[in-house]
Design a protein around this ligand. Structure first.
Ligand code: HEC
Length: 178
């Protein structure tokens, strides 16, 4: 598994350089309104995450999920999780621990919209720089690494049972009502 994960990390980093050209403006896919109050959503990483992820540097990350994300779907069983349509996860990235509150974070965003022609395995991936619009990310840049969340990996609870986690690293099944 470890080798495969490393391979994914390296190939994602290469894809980041190639992939930046594939971003496009996408107000209709994700409006600012849908995420404007994300700071009021459930915060899944209250202590912030600072485990180094290649390509992300030593930045501090906070992950928020909207209400829809916690609805149970047929695919959410045991420690498997399948996100409902309309689920949105926002990862807010700050330069360091002291910066949250003072600095506007840059965001990476995943929105579940399986029926959309541009979705990748059900998800639309976006980046959003402070004060700018969300940009859709196509190609392998994001999904190339997020595929690893569906198998054992070195983060959070490490997905020891190799369960399907719907491309999310945070163990969402822990928050879904049984
Ligand atoms: C090199 C691997 C890698 C790449 C590339 C990557 N991510 Fe992630 N992402 C992670 C990891 C690991 C986490 C778990 C939290 C953390 O460590 O920051 C995560 C967490 C997230 C989350 C919170 C939900 C979850 O899965 O836990 C979102 C949203 C997200 N990433 C979006 C993106 C977007 C959008 C892109 C592309 C611009 C991207 N990611 C590229 C590894 C990656």
């Amino acid at each position: 598994m470890k080798k495969r994960f490393l391979f994914l990390l390296v190939s994602s980093m290469i894809a980041i350089f190639i992939g930046t050209g594939c971003q496009r403006q996408t107000e209709e896919l994700l409006s600012k309104n849908e995420i404007q109050d994300f700071l009021k959503w459930k915060l899944l990483t209250p202590d912030g995450v600072d485990i180094e992820v290649p390509g992300h540097g030593k930045k501090i990350r906070y992950i928020y999920a909207n209400q829809v994300s916690f609805q149970k779907t047929g695919g959410t069983k045991g420690d498997s999780y399948e996100a409902p349509q309309g689920a949105i996860l926002v990862k807010a990235v700050y330069s360091d621990r002291n910066a949250s509150g003072k600095e506007k974070p840059s965001l990476t965003i995943m929105k579940k919209n399986s029926n959309h022609v541009l979705s990748q395995k059900g998800w639309l991936y976006f980046t959003m720089m402070p004060g700018e619009k969300p940009l859709l990310v196509q190609g392998r840049k994001c999904i190339g690494c997020h595929e690893a969340a569906n198998e054992k990996h070195p983060y959070f609870d490490r997905n020891v049972n190799d369960s399907f986690r719907d491309y999310l690293f945070v163990p969402m099944h822990q928050y879904v009502q049984r």
